[in-house]
Design a protein around this ligand. Structure first.
Ligand code: SF4
Length: 352
């Protein structure tokens, strides 16, 4: 068969594979009741999907609800409203056996490699535990072989198996956390700020490791981060969260080239540019005030109390979530001609 034809077929197959939805999140809400009439709306109506083999990044300041969204998706929290569809099944209505299987397919890497590993267990015990819980590799020797293989997969080696977490650096501990997440051969991994507790020099190594593992094992990631510069390195598409809401969502390259939401523009303006000439001209958008409390969020647009572009309508009417350009979703009145009257704000997007 013609080699080009085979190659094109393979590329087409890969593309089609990427367009298959693995996860669909519909109007997800997670509210915490804190006592007398106080409700903390950590996640307040978030919708997005993730295709197979893709990395979807969620970024936002701490307290914006991104980690709570991740934990609700994986089932660590029950959702208040909305649904999470994984491989065509609503995970919050799964029966216990199905739920057990589902937990094999969806795993989590935690932010703090210091706190997420049991200090009294050896690396071998830490990585073996999920296999034991799920009855995988019941033969001890097979399980040990699997542990060795996983250690090699993450750039460690079998000599590390009988050591304890305190004997490792932060980057190595995160590698152990990744090996544990891979132990059940999952399809989908939620990485909750997996690099923010690490030195800058180690962050890129862990991101590269995650990218390599994705290629080798066909993994799909939800990558949660507050650092926009690093999330760009790994994500195909990115959603920006503010106070429990998604405010912008598009392809990674599009978001960096043409951020449209004033909050995204402010976040991006804070990233230093490596070219000193351009860096000198970089204009920072300084946001006024603190992130409001999710217990008492602002009326209308949640960003209106800090938005440099806020209009009258912003404090009374919540902007709709809509596709303003192909694959570019946004919640902002600036791009709605009915709300801006005679003003044309369509040029407010900052091109970097
Ligand atoms: Fe700013 Fe109004 Fe857009 Fe909200 S809707 S981001 S307040 S311009």
């Amino acid at each position: 068969m013609n080699e080009n034809f085979v190659q094109q077929g393979a590329i087409g197959l890969r593309r089609r594979h990427r367009m298959v939805k693995l996860l669909q999140v519909n109007n997800l809400k997670k509210h915490f009741h804190l006592g007398k009439n106080e409700i903390l709306k950590a996640v307040d109506g978030v919708s997005f999907h993730i295709n197979k083999g893709e990395t979807f990044g969620i970024v936002g300041e701490s307290g914006c609800g991104k980690s709570t969204a991740g934990r609700t998706i994986i089932g660590l929290y029950d959702q208040t409203e909305g649904e999470v569809i994984f491989n065509g099944k609503n995970i919050h209505t799964l029966k216990s056996k199905e739920r057990h299987n589902f937990h094999r397919q969806m795993q989590m890497i935690f932010q703090d490699p210091y706190a997420s590993l049991n200090p009294r267990s050896t690396v071998r015990e830490i990585i073996s535990e999920p296999m034991e819980v799920h009855g995988l590799y019941p033969n001890k020797q097979d399980r040990l072989k699997r542990v060795y293989q996983l250690l090699e997969d993450v750039g460690l080696n079998r000599n590390h198996a009988d050591r304890y977490p305190h004997e490792f650096s932060g980057g190595q501990r995160q590698r152990i956390g990744i090996a544990r997440a891979l132990a059940l051969d999952p399809e989908f991994i939620i990485a909750d700020e997996p690099i923010s507790a690490l030195d800058v020099s180690v962050q890129a190594q862990v991101v590269n490791l995650l990218k390599r593992l994705q290629k080798e094992k066909g993994l799909t990631y939800l990558f949660i981060a507050h650092d926009l510069s690093m999330v760009k390195q790994i994500s195909d598409r990115i959603g920006v969260m503010y106070l429990g809401h998604l405010v912008e969502l598009t392809d990674s390259s599009e978001l960096y080239k043409k951020p449209m939401h004033p909050y995204t523009q402010a976040l991006l303006s804070a990233i230093p540019i490596p070219d000193p000439d351009i860096e000198d001209q970089r204009e920072r958008i300084i946001l006024m005030g603190e992130l409001p409390s999710p217990i008492n969020p602002p009326s209308g647009c949640v960003f209106q109390t800090r938005c440099p572009m806020a209009m009258e309508v912003c404090s009374v009417e919540k902007p709709n979530w809509k596709e303003v350009e192909v694959n570019h979703f946004l919640a902002c009145h600036l791009y709605d001609k009915n709300k801006t009257g005679d003003h044309d704000y369509s040029q407010v997007a900052v091109t970097r």
